[in-house]
Design a protein around this ligand. Structure first.
Ligand SMILES: [Zn+2]
Length: 255
């Protein structure tokens, strides 16, 4: 299985080239990552997190994505719904995603039905299975998927000082310099930290809007845009420090 396991980021083209994926990790971790991934694909600005498309994806209401979860019930009917959907041929170049959350809760019967669908889906249809315990997924399903493992949130907390730094508005460049020196954050950890920061600022934007604190809301939205934009050009090996200093510069320019 390790041969299939890849490091954290998969390029979008790679995801589109293979129909079946299994993302292994905590639900709270893989769902936001999956949404961000879809936003980067569907949004005209490659995942601005604020446009109509990005909002629809966040709210699981985008027309080209079907979200399935055991809470909504994994029954034969649900799997049949997938089979009924992929009967329709997509327009040339169009893509449709099925996100099967908590796929480790699929019953053997459902999993077997799903396997039939996964075997040769028509062009443009993609499956992303999210699961915490890959061992409880049928080996026949696993073998059809490109498997990607995401570290647990507690693992990524080693860089909690950097997280606290970027979630405050007091951005002292000297302090950042010190933190970067002591944390020795690498490229992979940098990408994970970006994910956490995006999740944090999205949540903050939502809550400040609900409380009617407009200045906070605006700052949170812009911070979110800075971090989201940074994911498009992740750090190259050895350039993590420079990467975070550049982010700080961009944050400093926010009103
Ligand atoms: Zn957008």
């Amino acid at each position: 299985m390790d041969n299939h396991t890849q490091s954290y980021t998969i390029p979008l083209e790679h995801l589109l080239a293979t129909p079946a994926h299994l993302w292994v990790g905590q639900h709270e971790r893989v769902v936001p990552t999956c949404k961000r991934f879809l936003q980067q694909y569907f949004c005209a600005q490659k995942g601005c997190a604020t446009c109509m498309t990005c909002t629809q994806i966040e709210q699981e209401q985008h027309h080209a994505i079907m979200w399935l979860s055991p809470e909504k019930g994994y029954t034969i009917e649900h799997i049949a719904l997938i089979a009924d959907t992929i009967i329709f041929q997509l327009d040339q170049g169009a893509h449709y995603f099925f996100i099967i959350q908590k796929a480790d809760f699929l019953s053997p019967l459902c999993a077997n039905r799903l396997l039939k669908v996964l075997e040769e889906p028509p062009a443009g249809y993609h499956f992303i299975l999210l699961a915490q315990r890959p061992d409880s997924i049928l080996p026949t399903i696993r073998s059809r998927c490109v498997i990607q493992t995401f570290p647990t949130l507690t693992d990524t907390r080693t860089h909690s000082t950097l997280f606290s730094f970027f979630t405050s508005k007091k951005l002292d460049p000297f302090l950042l310099h010190e933190l970067l020196e002591s944390s020795k954050i690498n490229e992979r950890e940098s990408i994970e930290l970006l994910d956490e920061l995006i999740a944090f600022w999205l949540k903050h934007a939502k809550s400040s809007l609900q409380q009617g604190i407009i200045s906070d809301y605006q700052y949170a939205q812009k911070a979110c845009a800075v971090f989201t934009h940074a994911t498009l050009q992740p750090p190259m090996p050895g350039s993590s420090k420079l990467f975070w200093k550049n982010i700080l510069l961009q944050l400093h320019q926010l009103p």
